[in-house]
Design a protein around this ligand. Structure first.
Ligand code: NAD
Length: 320
């Protein structure tokens, strides 16, 4: 690789991911709308650009780690790209405003556009189409593993791309992650993410309900854990992110549900799963219920606590 890596979105995840690329010897030019994020990235060796477009100019790879599909599409096209400007005085057809501030227009032809944000499958496919139309090479590669995984360079990447593009980004993904899975063409990475997190949301609720039921049946947390962790109830929500303090000392329940994985992000990911369920006509029942439960949880104070604190709402809903 001869040029640099542009990194757009240097927040909780993007900041440490960009820092790991720097530590591996890459030249990383970053941009974020928030000055504090830029300062933190700069302290870790990221060169700071004045705009996203300036970061993307001359890059071999443009990595994005943004909050939502809307943020991504706006960053790709430029804030004014979707707007139509009025006809020039003297007539003529309305024309699209030039996307001068957009990442796609700013990058040299053939640039790899690697989006690691969690967005809908539909937005991921739209972003890939835009990138291809602009002469670039798109990859969607959402992650799992949270801020801890981003810091440690141990993220799981779920990759949606053609073979050649997947091969091209693989060495960078190996710097930022540990478990890399090429899931299929454009959008397949987001599809895998949305399905995985629907399992996670539903299984955390199921594990939490089982612990509350166990409490009411007189079982200790440790006894239920020792049985379920080694039998058919075994799952990540139980054995890694256990929603009660004690059995798994590193789980957020042991530090008053400090995240971890925030309730707001679980609600967001289940919302994306609901979009996918609606667009595919999938006859799911548990997933939508989990989405409803986590939406209420996030709205009623759980947004910034770990998602395993859902167990408290089950206790609150139980008879005194
Ligand atoms: P964050 O809010 O900390 O970071 C997002 C950053 O993007 C912010 O700093 C924001 O200022 C910046 N931004 C927004 N629009 C921008 C633009 N046009 N140009 C430049 N910067 C812009 O969020 P995060 O926790 O880092 O999450 C990023 C993505 O990763 C999300 O899609 C999230 O769902 C996903 N994710 C997060 C986690 C987690 O545990 N935090 C885990 C897996 C996946």
């Amino acid at each position: 690789m001869t040029g640099h890596i542009a990194f757009i979105g240097l927040g909780n995840m993007g900041g440490p991911m960009a820092a790991n690329l720097v530590a591996a010897g890459h030249r990383v030019v970053g941009f974020d709308l928030v000055p504090a994020a830029l300062e933190a990235a700069s302290a870790r060796g990221v060169e700071v650009a004045g705009t996203g477009a300036a970061a993307a100019a001359g890059a071999d790879v443009v990595i994005t780690m943004l909050p939502s599909g809307r943020h991504l599409l706006e960053a790709y096209e430029g804030a004014s790209a979707a707007a139509e400007v009025p006809p020039a005085p003297g007539g003529g057809e309305p024309v699209s405003a030039p996307a001068a501030s957009g990442l796609l227009a700013a990058a040299q032809a053939g640039t790899l556009f690697l989006d690691c944000s969690t967005i809908s499958v539909q937005d991921a496919r739209a972003a890939a189409d835009l990138a291809r139309t602009a002469g670039h090479r798109p990859v969607d590669a959402p992650v799992s593993g949270g801020v801890v995984g981003a810091e440690a360079g141990t993220l799981t990447f779920m990759v949606g791309a053609e073979d050649a593009e997947a091969r091209a980004v693989w060495p960078l993904l190996e710097v930022m992650g540990k478990n890399l899975v090429h899931c299929g063409g454009s959008g397949a990475g987001q599809a895998a993410k949305v399905c995985n997190n629907m399992i996670l949301g539903a299984s955390m609720i199921a594990v939490s309900e089982a612990f509350v039921l166990g409490e009411r049946l007189g079982l200790t947390h440790q006894a239920l854990f020792d049985v379920a962790a080694h039998s058919s109830g075994q799952c990540w929500a139980l054995t890694t992110n256990c929603p009660v303090p004690g059995p798994v000392p590193a789980s957020p329940a042991n530090r008053d549900y400090e995240p971890g994985f925030m309730g707001a992000l679980m609600a967001k990911d289940l919302g994306l799963a609901m979009d996918a369920i609606a667009s595919t006509g999938t006859g799911a029942r548990i997933g939508p219920l989990a989405a409803q439960i986590y939406r209420a949880f996030a709205e009623e104070g759980g947004a910034h606590t770990d998602f395993s604190a859902i167990i408290n709402t089950i206790r609150e809903a139980s008879d005194a």
